[in-house]
Design a protein around this ligand. Structure first.
Ligand SMILES: Nc1nc2c(ncn2[C@@H]2O[C@H](COP(=O)(O)OP(=O)(O)OP(=O)(O)O)[C@@H](O)[C@H]2O)c(=O)[nH]1
Ligand SMILES: [Mg+2]
Length: 253
């Protein structure tokens, strides 16, 4: 099984070195997508010889970086991609837990959830973040009967051959609102695993109009409803049938 850890990065000079060193303790193959950082992150990444690096001059967005990571992984022959953030909100210690689930061969998407089994050392999420997450998670569950608990966790494992069947082009933070309907349309096999809830920097923000919670929720619902309409017109191909078991014609069992 070939696994790539993909880390989208924008202006993370404070964290990037530490996070990558930590990830390497658990898995050696790492792709970083630096999206036009202006704080020295790109230079720090270019100086490392232990990662694959996509470095863009201009910022194209969180979703675009993941889409590019899946395409690179596919072209380079990887079987799985684990995406994780670079701001110490995702613990590299969890990588083996994702690998455990990958190795069961039962899933196409293994999604981290910060709300599946709360722990004593969890942080408190900002109230409006939690409210948006609860609303969107419940809309997704109503639409697609997923039974998920966390619509917005970027810590996920993706089977590359399954991702190849999707048509992803949402470039911004609304990427999950396109991913989830496509997961449903393509009938991908989905599970969640618990990850720690970490909010270590209350000053972080999305930037631009998304910092207003009303705008953000409207934008997310808008992307979701457009995607649902698009898939109703043009659904994704169902999963290929599993090949029938080969028979050898003899009476052996
Ligand atoms: N490539 C790329 N990465 C981004 C972009 N924006 C954010 N990121 C990275 O994506 C990851 C998640 O971004 P965050 O801004 O922390 O998003 P979040 O965790 O949902 O929100 P917070 O709760 O505010 O931390 C981090 O590793 C960021 O550096 C972007 O435009 N392009
Ligand atoms: Mg974050």
């Amino acid at each position: 099984m070939r696994l790539l850890i993909a880390v989208p990065v924008f202006n993370e000079a404070k964290y990037v070195g530490r996070v990558l060193d930590k990830i390497r303790q658990f898995w050696p193959e790492i792709l970083v997508v630096d999206d036009g950082s202006t704080d020295g992150t790109g230079e720090m990444l270019s100086a490392r010889s232990d990662i694959r690096l996509i470095r863009r001059k201009e910022n194209r967005g969180y979703g675009k970086s993941l889409i590019d990571a899946f395409a690179l992984a596919d072209g380079a022959g990887y079987d799985w991609v684990i995406t994780m953030d670079c701001d110490e909100q995702h613990e590299p210690e969890m990588i083996p837990k994702f690998i455990e689930q990958i190795e069961t061969d039962r899933w196409d998407i293994i999604s981290g959830s910060r709300y599946l089994s709360p722990r004593n050392n969890d942080d408190l999420p900002p109230q409006e973040r939690r409210a948006v997450n609860v609303t969107i998670t419940s809309v997704l569950n109503d639409l697609f009967h997923f039974g998920i608990t966390d619509a917005f966790c970027g810590f996920k494992a993706h089977r590359v051959s399954a991702m190849r069947r999707l048509r992803l082009d949402e470039e911004g933070y609304a990427f999950p609102l396109q991913l989830w309907p496509q997961v449903a349309s393509a009938n991908l096999r989905l599970t969640e695993i618990p990850v720690r809830l970490i909010y270590n920097d209350p000053t972080r923000h999305f930037g631009g109009s998304l910092d207003d919670v009303g705008n953000r929720l409207r934008h997310y619902l808008d992307v979701l409803s457009k995607e649902v309409a698009r898939l109703a017109e043009n659904p994704l191909a169902a999963a290929p049938e599993a090949a029938p078991p080969e028979t050898c014609g003899c009476l052996c069992d």
